[in-house]
Write a protein that binds this ligand. Structure first.
Ligand code: NDP
Length: 397
């Protein structure tokens, strides 16, 4: 029986809150806090089953988070606000001696760059304080890292090639929309691509490597190599990897919109004077794009995210593919939001459950592949994200 604070009341926060409310034996009391309290109240009303309290907090302000923690006294803070808030929330957890979990690594607001160095730097202080930070417990990062840990533990003596493949085969009926926070999403995909090969990072132009990969129940989709944060911790934790890449599908229409957004300067993150006021074009763009949380109602199709792995077992080469498919409509019917928020929020709730039930133990800062994958893999299907696996197939990559 444990109290949790969830910070962030977007699409992901809605799923985490609803799923925590569904499991009162683990999450005895739940406080959902965010910058706009009315969004917390809506979520509490719609999916809270009368079990969610709400509060207003500006999580950029460490002392506001400290005060909230001191008032509610949780065992764990689940951070599903934006990556910019990771460090202030970690600072507040350190000050109050409370565990921390998130789904995306820290990004400074003024540089479109994400890496774990800032959060890994907290390891010693979290260890000394006797508390734990669980980093990247969404789907990717999150489940993809746990799939890799599970494969390495049960099916390989050494893993050599890892390709994480992320397909959104859904259709929301809009000309252009992003599936999670548009600002974070556009910053992520307009960066240079990067993958790991033979002990070093290889940098490529955005969308320079493209392959049509086949996704279960969806079919062939154009997939592009991107840099994604879990690669950084996976190559560190699995040093036998000769190559590690991340692929994401994009339709031609999406890429055309993205190119126009970039060409006309709307993806800029530096301030621009407009009528005497500084505005950040990408922040303004977010305000006019569809809210990812509202896409669910008419969203059809599925996501399919998994890991394609090649390595050695008992002296023989083996291939392995493990994945989940998630229906946008089923996610919407259960939680009122689409599949991308669902596939992120369910693992965050389950990771929190692993911490609170003592299945994942540690003092310091950890990426999810460092924990025992088995208790998580046993439970994730029952919470809405069943997985499938096949051996010795053509991996296409
Ligand atoms: P949204 O933009 O829908 O929601 C973010 C929420 O955080 C909003 O409620 C927002 O408040 C709140 N927030 C922002 N700044 C602050 C602040 N300073 N203090 C308090 N609250 C704040 O995002 P999503 O729900 O789509 O995504 C949430 C997180 O999940 C992101 O970090 C994203 O990167 C991550 N993610 C991870 C994935 C994974 O698989 N690992 C996949 C998809 C997303 P307000 O309503 O006032 O703006």
């Amino acid at each position: 029986m444990s109290k949790v604070i969830i910070i962030g009341a977007g699409g992901v926060g809605r799923v985490v809150a609803g799923k925590c409310a569904d499991n009162p034996d683990v999450f005895s009391e739940i406080l959902l806090a965010s910058r706009t309290v009315s969004k917390c109240e809506t979520i509490a009303r719609e999916v809270g089953k009368g079990r969610i309290k709400t509060a207003q907090v500006d999580a950029d302000n460490v002392q506001e988070v400290v005060a909230l923690i001191n008032q509610f006294k949780p065992v764990l803070v689940i951070n599903v606000a934006l990556p910019y808030q990771d460090l202030p929330i970690m600072d507040a957890c350190l000050e109050t001696g409370v565990n921390y979990l998130d789904t995306a690594n820290y990004e400074p607001k003024d540089v479109a760059k994400f890496e774990y160095s800032w959060q890994w730097a907290y390891h010693g202080r979290f260890k000394e304080k006797g508390i734990m930070a669980v980093l990247g417990c969404g789907f990717d990062p999150g489940v993809t890292s746990i799939y890799t840990a599970y494969a390495a533990k049960h099916h390989f003596d050494e893993i050599h090639y890892l390709d994480i493949v992320d397909c959104n085969g859904g259709d929301h009926g809009k000309a252009f929309a992003t599936n999670f926070n548009p600002e974070i999403n556009i910053r992520e995909i307009t960066q240079k691509g990067k993958y790991w090969e033979n002990g070093q990072w290889v940098e490529i132009e955005p969308f320079a490597i493209k392959l049509a990969l086949t996704y279960p129940n969806i079919g062939k989709r154009n997939s592009y190599v991107l840099y994604h944060e879990e690669l950084e911790s996976l190559v560190k934790n699995y040093p036998t990897l000769k190559r590690a890449r991340f692929w994401m599908t994009f339709g031609d229409e999406y890429l055309t919109h993205l190119r126009v957004i970039q060409n006309i300067g709307m993806s800029r993150i530096d301030p621009v004077k407009y009528k005497g006021v500084d505005i950040i074009p990408l922040e303004f763009l977010k305000a006019v794009l569809p809210d990812p949380g509202d896409l669910g109602e008419n969203y059809t199709g599925e996501t399919s995210i998994g890991c394609r792995i090649k390595g050695i077992k008992n002296g023989k080469e083996q291939t392995y593919y493990i994945w989940n498919n998630c229906s946008h409509q089923l996610a919407y019917q259960e939680t009122g939001t689409q599949g991308v928020s669902y596939t992120t929020g369910v693992p965050a709730m389950l990771g929190a459950m692993m911490v609170l039930t003592g299945k994942w133990i540690g003092k310091g800062v950890f990426n999810v592949e460092e924990f025992n994958p088995d208790p998580f893999m046993e439970k994730i299907g029952g919470h809405g994200l069943p997985w499938n696996e096949v051996f010795n197939i053509d991996l296409e990559v």
